[in-house]
Ligand binder design. Sequence first.
Ligand code: HEC
Ligand SMILES: [Cu+2]
Length: 363
Amino acid sequence: MNLLSPIFSLLAQTGRTGGGFWFPESASTAAPDVDSVFNWITRICIFFFVLIVGAMLWFMFKYRRRGHVPSMESPTHNMPLEITWTAIPMILVILIFYIGLKGYVNITTPPENSYEIEAVGQQWYWSFNYPNGATDTTLHVPVGRPVKINLRANDVLHALFIPAFRVKMDAVPGRHTELWFEATREGKFALYCAEYCGTQHSQMVGTVIVYNQFEFEAKIDELANWLDKVPDEDLHKAGTILYNRCTSCHTTDGSPLIGPSFQETHELFKSGGTRKLADRSAVTVNEDYLRNSIRKPYDQIAANPQGLAYPSSMPANMADQLGSRGVEAVIQMIMRLDELVDDEWKLKKVERADIAVEAEEPQ
Ligand code: HEC
Ligand SMILES: [Cu+2]
């Protein structure tokens, strides 16, 4: 094995953050176990590949046909050899099974004291709900504390996949699934949907941010309360931050996506125009229509100007996710969209910190 060790270390480089050739960086307590099983299986495969193919090539050379040598009778049986090549692989396979089972049981059994977060998969983004009422499309977690994720799917199958933590679990409509991890260091890591879930599956990507316990609590407090801190006259600006929940289906610049572009909706609102509906009726685009479209997406299904119905795919729980102040914020955003965009009707960036006013601390 020594001869091959430079190759192994190249293939399974373990730098400061783990990972290497095969793996992304590693940042959870489960990662070293997963990586070591994988690396050992790979090493065993390389060893036997070299042994078997090497022996084959050697025999091909050694026993190549040379002139008219009379052929020997081939051996039929060799007990010690057969026992060896049965017993050794069997021990190896049992060992791999044992290590794999141990790791699997660990990955699927969340510790009692885990911090629980609900993850909701929908076409085409994840949203994460915290015990204190905060909701975000980014996953915020504390370092060094087991976190249990309760998974739910709103529409079709999704799967939450966090490569740096080496965890992946399906989210199935009508079924509860879970996964857990304990992050080992602070930082930002990618998360994905790992189950093909429709045309924009590839855009169902997000971020996990790992904080120290103190920063973590501050973050989810801020998330739970930030809209309350936004004064009414800035609510339309807050809407542009919540718009990240709409981007997979609505643009602001008129370009087509799953649902109507908010540019069109905004212009209909401004001009007091009407929206054709799928049932061939028409409705004036006013504040009530917008509110109803968000609170009950399945109620008045919009059609495009040619009269073709849009799919009824807007998430039914959109209003729950936004909260009532959030719903008002996105309505304000649509109504005042022209104030919020640049010349090309792209939204200008708004930071939470710019619009949320801190309450004066009593001294
Ligand atoms: C998964 C896709 C999807 C997402 C995400 C989504 N919508 Fe929609 N939305 C639609 C579709 C499709 C329609 C048209 C059919 C209908 O009326 O339900 C629509 C219609 C609307 C309408 C009516 C527009 C009009 O011009 O008639 C409003 C308002 C609206 N959505 C607001 C929102 C807001 C605000 C968000 C984000 C907080 C959002 N939607 C997120 C798919 C989506
Ligand atoms: Cu998905």
